[in-house]
Design a protein around this ligand. Structure first.
Ligand code: NAD
Ligand code: UDP
Length: 311
């Protein structure tokens, strides 16, 4: 039985990951400061002797006996990471350093949840891991984008200087049950609007694209990446390469929810990436043929059913 720390374990992805790791027979320690996480997400695990909850801010050092660390602590929605930008960059950098220090001290494997945002508003399409990105270093998304880029740098420098084993994945837009209704990201926003009969807000003209991945596909990719044994550190893209415009997404949400809501257009936020789609060739090769299995229609239907139960 492995002892596994999940920072950000009370969040959307982290709570699903805790469940999956428990189901595979591990002892799981969830660390969270509940900035965007919720105790509701952990209800199914509380009382399980193999589950521990530690309320702690990763910006402060921590010492726990562990074999593996998944570093997910960081607000992920633009609304939340821009709420206190300085705090976001502190979490990205200090949180990653504290996690890496623990990995070195305990000879644990360290897993970094990086992001497609490291590519910024990409000039190469689809995005390959070898592309270094097009990020505005001084814009409103920079606290997150540059914070996550620096976190990748820290992982690789700790790895080269101390030999600690690191695993970096770049997650592309992922959605599913347990996103917060006020999360602010496009999938949850539009589903909540559709179910409440409110207007669906499309930012800009809706021609910008994203490639949406269902949570179960991400979890499978994460576990396979952590299990790689040939010294592979990544970074590796984990996402669904099916690309949709935001307007197409809005239309699909209306169709699948049966909502009579209308679509309205609002100003596009600054630095909003125009196109995003992962090249997943490296993941296929390194992660035993991993690829996403859940099409957008199916994943959206499951997510709509989840939101029907909570709003
Ligand atoms: P989320 O906001 O639901 O979860 C983040 C969790 O981290 C929350 O539980 C929050 O309370 C916790 N947290 C934030 N700051 C903390 C701190 N200083 N100390 C302790 N805990 C803290 O977001 P998510 O979608 O589950 O994202 C999880 C991770 O995956 C993040 O690192 C994010 O950058 C990364 N990621 C997510 C996506 C996506 O599409 N969901 C895409 C790319 C990368
Ligand atoms: N978006 C939108 N309506 C919303 C929320 C977001 O049209 O209510 C757009 C946003 O401008 C972006 C895309 O949807 O072009 C994805 O936004 P999200 O915040 O989900 O993720 P990110 O921009 O970080 O990929």
């Amino acid at each position: 039985m492995k002892r596994i720390l999940v920072t950000g374990g009370a969040g959307f992805i982290g709570s699903h990951l805790c469940g999956r790791l428990l189901a595979e027979g591990n002892h799981v320690i969830c660390m969270d400061n509940f900035f965007t996480g919720s105790r509701d997400n952990l209800q199914g695990y509380m009382g399980n002797p193999d589950f521990e909850l530690v309320e702690h801010d990763v910006q402060e050092p921590f010492d726990i006996d562990v074999d593996e660390i998944y570093n997910l602590a960081c607000p992920a929605s633009p609304v939340h990471y821009q709420y206190d930008a300085v705090d976001t960059i502190r979490t990205c950098i200090l949180g990653t350093m504290n996690g890496l220090d623990l990995a070195v001290a305990r000879k644990a494997k360290f897993f970094q949840a990086s992001t497609s945002e490291v590519y910024g508003d990409p000039l190469v399409h689809p995005q390959l891991e070898s592309y270094w990105g097009n990020v505005n270093p001084v814009g409103i998304r920079s606290c997150y984008d540059e914070g996550k880029r620096c976190a990748e740098t820290l992982c690789m420098d700790y790895h080269r200087q101390t030999g600690v084993e690191v695993k970096i994945i770049r997650i592309f837009n992922t959605y599913g049950p347990r996103m917060l209704p006020n999360d602010g990201r496009v999938v949850s926003n539009m589903i909540v609007q559709a179910l409440k009969g409110e207007n669906l807000t499309v930012f800009g003209d809706g021609s910008q694209t994203r490639s949406f991945q269902y949570i179960d596909d991400l979890l499978e990719g994460m576990l396979r990446m952590m299990a790689t044994e040939d010294g592979f550190s990544g970074p590796v893209n984990i996402g669904n390469p099916s690309e949709f415009t935001i307007l197409e997404l809005a239309q699909l949400v209306l169709e699948l929810s049966g909502s009579k809501s209308r679509i309205i257009f609002k100003d596009l936020p600054s630095d909003d990436p125009k196109r995003r789609k992962p090249d997943i060739g490296l993941a296929r090769r390194k992660l035993q043929g991993w690829e996403p299995r859940v099409p957008l229609r199916e994943g959206l239907s499951k997510t709509i059913e989840f939101f029907r139960t909570i709003i």
